[in-house]
Design a protein around this ligand. Structure first.
Ligand code: GRF
Length: 212
């Protein structure tokens, strides 16, 4: 059965574009929602003829008021999965609980290392030789939910936070659609803080990701 997906963005929406362009089997993109009506990503979504909606957080007096309006908007589409793709807002506990086990995020570090902002500079400053990205289910604690997928890239001595961000973003565009496909095919189950993936792993693909 087809699963409905709502994607939340705030900015460029390159992950959203990768997800849309992946044409994930048995999934429909029910809506793209942005908290910023000028986000390049929402303009792109409109041009594609997708259901592109802006809900500006600045029109609300509190986080709770915004999140509850956002829930109402999202739930009109009866989504099976809500995907955060560069949605630059901390979500309230009640929002996270409402979408428990059907809310995904991508974070540009190898969690649990470097939650929060400035991940690339922090990885470089810490002398890390490897960086990467993590797709995880969202829990109320920031960047801390069960990990679905990760991809790694090497950090070399010439890397700046910009060059590292570009390498990591290229990986994000691969693993996010894959993780969503796994969700849609019911390959994922959550046991405590771990995600079990029943998909047969494609070793060639994993090797390619590590060679970025
Ligand atoms: C990505 O680096 C993602 O990991 C983080 O926000 C950024 C969004 O980029 N959560 P884009 O809007 O998908 O291009």
């Amino acid at each position: 059965m087809t699963k409905k997906i709502v994607i939340l963005i705030s900015g460029n929406g390159s992950n959203m574009q990768a997800i849309v362009n992946a044409n994930i089997k048995n999934a429909t993109i029910a809506a793209i929602i942005s908290n910023n009506e000028n986000a390049p990503g929402i303009l792109w979504a409109e041009q594609q003829g997708l259901n592109a909606i802006s809900l500006n957080h600045k029109s609300f007096t509190s986080r709770e008021a915004y999140d509850s309006a956002l829930v109402k908007l999202i739930d009109q589409f009866e989504p099976d999965l809500v995907v955060l793709a560069g949605f630059m807002r901390i979500l309230s506990q009640s929002f996270c609980q409402h979408y428990q086990d059907r809310l995904m995020n991508i974070h540009p570090s190898l969690l649990p290392a470097f939650p929060g902002l400035n991940t690339h500079q922090n990885a470089i400053d810490s002398g890390c030789k490897i960086a990467g990205c993590t797709v995880h289910f969202v829990t109320p604690e920031l960047d801390n939910g069960p990990i679905i997928a990760q991809a790694a890239v090497s950090i070399n001595s010439q890397d700046t936070s910009e060059t590292l961000a570009k390498k990591v973003l290229d990986c994000e565009h691969i693993i996010y659609p894959m993780a969503i496909q796994d969700f849609v095919f019911n390959h994922l189950s959550i046991k405590g803080n771990k995600v079990i993936n029943q998909r047969k792993h494609d070793n060639n693909h994993q090797e390619k990701i590590l060679n970025f």
